[in-house]
Design a protein around this ligand. Structure first.
Ligand SMILES: Nc1ncnc2c1ncn2[C@@H]1O[C@H](COP(=O)(O)OP(=O)(O)OP(=O)(O)O)[C@@H](O)[C@H]1O
Length: 505
């Protein structure tokens, strides 16, 4: 690539204790270009961007800023050099307004008081940089994640950032929001901003990237153009071909008894009279648009949230509402949408997190069998290929995708018979996705039942035996796997939206 890079990591290495996580990796970020970082979960992408941002210091190699060696002691130093990171967990204060967030730490003053009108003017100018037209006084916490992200980008640009690091920015966005984000990215590229982009969605790479640096096990594998065909990217990334993206197999031949029965489930304003059954050996996909009520159904069934009426029956046992423990006892496992908030004890070890639901099942004669539990955790972590230094590593320091595998592992270890999966492969790389699908197969092959919410339609179509579609809190239809297409699912998903529009016109 021509021209001087903004930033170069040159033969950079990093270890945590005895574990070398990055091994002599070189990567450059050029003005007006989007440099994609690609690699499996745990390959070292986050560690690399943390060194660009001054969160971590490398143990070997050099960082060059405009061709000159530099050392970022902390994030303030990298920010002063014009480098900003847009994290997955955003850094905004939810209760404060859009304008206050953008101007945080640099409120304009007049006669010793905050100059509100100057504050609004400067914040508006920041939003104008990316053509974002939102209410300056709106509390940030009430905006959707996509808009919060754009506010953060506007804030960074108003602080004169000339290089943006976008860490899995599309993971929690809808298609339309992704399109809006990409149009901002294209715009910034025209204006000469350099960007680093991390995503596990290979189809986004050609659309948004210029060049791709592929990492495997902390080592540089190759740098290729962003329009490299996806199968080739996968091969570079995981070191093998993935022949079948959705390897659904129906191996269960036992009786198809109902394992999960939901009758007339209603939550005021969110879910209206949902009834459905999931049988032994079955994967049922729950599809719908964001806000259709899918997660609310799953959380109510799992006992996380209360519901107003209806019943939940697991393996013939009626489960009291709002009672997580009763569900677990009946064989229920829940992989929630937000693993950090609901799924994991971040400062506990992998062993403890996986074992959390298992201790009871491996107890012998009423005694807790720690050794048995540990063996089981080791076995499950191995099957899931959780990349870790050992079972005692804290979950907080695992890479994002490996954290997701740990939540999954808990229920596999506990032998859950009914799995509720809410976006089970979010943040998970293509190779590990197939591993998770294989685990879903093994649960159903053993006579278990799976209810899966996913915003990725190909995943729902590829892995479900039956698809329930929700629209506006209702069950708007059901499709057998053989008959389901993206179009048919979408038609059912927007049914209530269309009806509302017709009623209004
Ligand atoms: N503070 C830490 N202490 C110990 N090990 C760590 C620490 N931070 C990261 N690691 C290890 O470094 C490796 C690389 O992690 P990193 O988060 O960079 O991967 P990643 O490529 O971003 O993965 P993902 O796609 O899952 O987000 C992992 O094996 C992780 O366990």
């Amino acid at each position: 690539m021509n021209g001087q890079p903004i930033l170069t990591l040159e033969k950079i290495s990093k270890s945590f204790g005895p574990v070398q996580v990055i091994d002599e990796v070189t990567v450059s970020v050029h003005p007006g270009k989007v440099q994609v970082l690609l690699g499996e979960n745990g390959a070292g992408k986050s560690t690399l961007i943390k060194m660009m941002a001054g969160v971590y210091q490398p143990d070997g190699g050099r960082i060059l800023l405009d061709g000159e060696p530099v050392r970022f002691r902390d994030t303030n130093a990298s920010e002063a050099a014009g480098i900003a990171t847009i994290h997955q967990e955003l850094n905004l204060v939810p209760s404060m307004s859009v304008a206050e967030n953008i101007m945080m730490g640099r409120f304009p003053k007049r006669f010793g008081m905050v100059d509100r009108s100057a504050l609004r003017k400067q914040a508006r100018a920041a939003l104008d940089l990316i053509g974002l037209d939102i209410d300056l006084d709106h509390p940030v916490g009430e905006l959707g994640i996509a808009r919060q992200q754009l506010v953060e980008i506007a804030k960074a640009l108003s602080l004169d950032a000339r290089m943006l690091i976008l860490d899995e920015p599309t993971a929690a966005l809808t298609r339309r929001e992704i399109a809006a984000l990409f149009s901002v990215v294209h715009d910034l590229r025209e204006r000469g901003v350099g960007m680093v982009f991390i995503s596990h969605h290979l189809d986004e790479i050609a659309e948004v990237g210029d060049s791709v640096s592929v990492l495997r096990d902390g080592k540089f594998v190759a740098e290729v153009p962003a329009d490299t065909p996806e199968p080739e990217l996968v091969r570079l990334m995981v070191g093998r071909d993935i022949s079948q993206q959705f390897p659904r197999r129906r191996e269960y031949t036992g009786p198809s008894e109902p394992l999960l029965e939901v009758e007339g489930l209603s939550i005021k304003g969110l879910v209206n009279n949902m009834s459905f059954t999931v049988h032994a050996g079955e994967v049922v996909g729950l599809a719908g648009l964001v806000g259709a009520g899918r997660t609310e159904v799953v959380r109510a069934v799992a006992g996380v949230d209360p519901y107003d009426s209806g019943t939940v029956t697991i393996r013939g046992r009626k489960i009291p509402r709002h009672n997580i423990g009763a569900g677990i006892k009946a064989g229920l496992g829940h992989v929630p949408e937000d693993r950090k908030v609901q799924g994991l004890v971040l400062d506990a070890s992998v062993n403890e997190n996986i074992g959390y639901a298992t201790l009871a099942s491996t107890a012998r004669a009423g005694l807790v069998d720690f050794k048995g539990q540990r063996d089981k955790a080791q076995d499950v972590a191995g099957k899931l290929r959780i990349r870790m230094s050992g079972l005692d590593q804290t979950v907080r320091s695992l890479s994002g995708g490996n954290q997701q595998k740990a939540v999954f592992g808990r229920w596999i270890a506990a032998g859950a018979r009914v799995l509720l999966l809410d976006e089970p492969t979010r943040g998970v790389d293509v190779g590990a996705k197939v591993e998770i699908y294989e685990l879903i197969n093994s649960v159903t092959a053993a006579g278990g039942a799976v209810l899966m919410v996913s915003s990725e339609l190909p995943e729902v179509l590829g892995m479900s035996d039956r698809i329930l579609v929700m629209s506006g809190g209702h069950l708007s239809g059901e499709l057998a796997a053989e008959d389901a297409t993206q179009d048919k699912v979408m038609t059912l998903a927007v049914r209530d939206v269309v009806r509302d529009l017709e009623d209004k016109s």
